[in-house]
Design a protein around this ligand. Structure first.
Ligand code: SF4
Length: 482
């Protein structure tokens, strides 16, 4: 049975997951096989650094054909893209770039990240094992990744956009371990019987979670504790159920979460809520940004994965519990949105009054970047930062906590716990969808009609994020008075 690089990486995460993929593939979620746009673009751009490179012409599943073609083409060319190697007993792989150096070859793996990660080394160790045992003499192994410090000028400089990191020593260090793991996983995937595997918190990231973790309640000890602590607790109480914990064994937030869940109650610390409310200065400006973070910088003066704000929503409230007025900014043009956004922000946020955000690090960082980019607006933008008050604080600190929050202070959990407002009926339901939609717009992938639908969805979504904060502020005032 074939053992591809993705099989190997899955099996390395959990051998049972590999077995389930091979023997019970219907358990996998039926998602469309979509290309990751940013990863695909990074791959294409990186190939431009190797002029004269030849793509091995075979489909992604044609490993036999690809391996044959790679053998033939490697005798004629010094650089091959998507080169394939295959071993008789099953391991197969495709390397992004196979580059000749003297009589040997370099393996180069392209990654759309801004650093080398542990998985990249494992990935290359697998490729090294397959290519070297298929008869290719390997000189060096590299990860070609994005350079996080590259600041784009008018024209994209591909040489500066990428960093080539030699990881040969790290790959060689893993050789024996990789060999053993390949043998182990090859046997596992061939065996008839499903392997047993203990379940851990890391199962929450696995596609087979619903199948393996039926005994874990929807809200469990995994949501309250770190992975090692949750494992220790499970060993002791043999249960994942929060109802089986003794709340008095814990303190701080963990006690509050357990106690609130077991009693299905709301935890409220009035003095702390009042302390928070006393820091507010009216009028209040409830502010929220939507951003994109392109892997390849789209605009002058931006870096890989820099968050580029393209939209903000602002609800303004002059008095406690008073009426709110709304202003929304959405850049409906494919150019750099930041100047227009910064000007609108400065104009609409006034000079005084608290600026309410949910998770201040995000908005503050965007504002600092805007101030640096536009020195003429810096004073006003940084004045906004000085006025920021983080509405996340009373919820994260558990000054107010609803058992339905399930140990999360995310606004998407807090809002439905305390109000009737929900994101369910919106066309765009979260920041990820907003980002994907706007990215498609920037890339010219939408028809004019689709653009209109997107803009309307973005307007409603972003406005709801700030209106949600208005409602949560009301909740805090009511709790403080009650
Ligand atoms: S849910 Fe856990 S045990 Fe099951 S396959 Fe995934 S990682 Fe392995």
């Amino acid at each position: 049975m074939k053992l591809s690089k993705s099989d190997y990486m899955l099996g390395d995460f959990c051998a049972r997951a590999l077995w389930l993929k091979k023997h019970k593939p219907k358990l996998l979620p039926q998602t469309e096989n979509e290309w990751c746009a940013s990863g695909y673009d990074v791959q294409n751009l990186a190939q431009k650094l190797y002029p004269g490179g030849v793509v091995v012409p075979c489909q992604i599943w044609e490993f036999d054909k690809g391996a044959e073609l790679t053998k033939t083409l490697s005798a004629q060319h010094d650089i091959l893209f998507e080169a394939v190697a295959k071993l008789p007993l099953g391991p197969v792989c495709r390397i992004d770039i196979l580059q000749k150096e003297g009589r040997k070859w370099n393996l180069i793996e392209i990654k759309a990240t801004t650093s080398v990660q542990d998985d990249h080394i494992k990935d290359l160790a697998f490729q090294y094992f397959v290519f070297s045992n298929a008869g290719y003499k390997i000189k060096n192994c590299y990860v070609l990744h994005l350079n996080k410090d590259y600041n784009r000028k008018k024209k994209l400089n591909i040489k500066k956009l990428f960093t080539l990191k030699n990881v040969t020593d790290d790959v060689l260090d893993l050789y024996e371990e990789t060999k053993e793991q390949i043998l182990f996983l090859s046997e596992i995937q061939e065996q008839e019987k499903e392997p047993r595997a203990p379940i851990y918190k890391s199962c929450q990231q696995c596609d087979f979670y619903d199948y393996c973790c039926k005994k874990v309640p929807q809200y469990s000890i995994w949501d309250i504790f770190s992975a090692p602590t949750a494992d220790k607790i499970f060993k002791k109480i043999k249960s994942y159920d929060i109802n089986d914990l003794n709340a008095s064994d814990y303190d701080g937030k963990q006690f509050i979460d357990i106690d609130a869940w077991q009693k299905q109650k709301i935890h409220c610390e009035k003095d702390n809520i009042r302390g928070f409310l006393n820091t507010l200065k009216y009028p209040l400006y409830y502010l929220d940004y939507e951003t994109i973070e392109p892997a390849i910088p789209l605009f002058e003066n931006s870096r890989p994965y820099q968050q580029i704000p393209f939209q903000f929503s602002l609800h303004v409230q002059k008095t406690v519990g008073g009426k709110v007025t709304h202003f929304g900014f959405l850049h409906q043009d494919k150019s750099d949105p930041r100047r227009d956004l910064a000007e609108a922000l400065v104009e609409k946020c006034g000079k005084r009054g608290s600026v309410i955000v949910y998770n201040e690090n995000f908005e503050k960082k965007r504002n600092e970047e805007l101030a640096q980019l536009f020195p003429d607006l810096a004073k006003d933008i940084l004045n906004i930062n000085k006025r920021i008050v983080d509405l996340l604080v009373p919820f994260r600190s558990r000054a107010l906590y609803h058992y339905k929050q399930h140990s999360s202070a995310s606004i998407k959990k807090v809002l439905p716990a305390f109000t009737k407002l929900s994101y369910d009926k919106l066309d765009i339901k979260n920041g990820g969808e907003a980002m994907d939609g706007y990215f498609k717009f920037i890339n010219g992938e939408l028809t004019p009609k689709e653009e209109d639908i997107l803009f309307s969805g973005l307007d409603k979504y972003c406005a709801q994020d700030t209106y949600a904060m208005v409602l949560l502020m009301d909740v805090l005032y009511k709790k403080a008075k009650s």
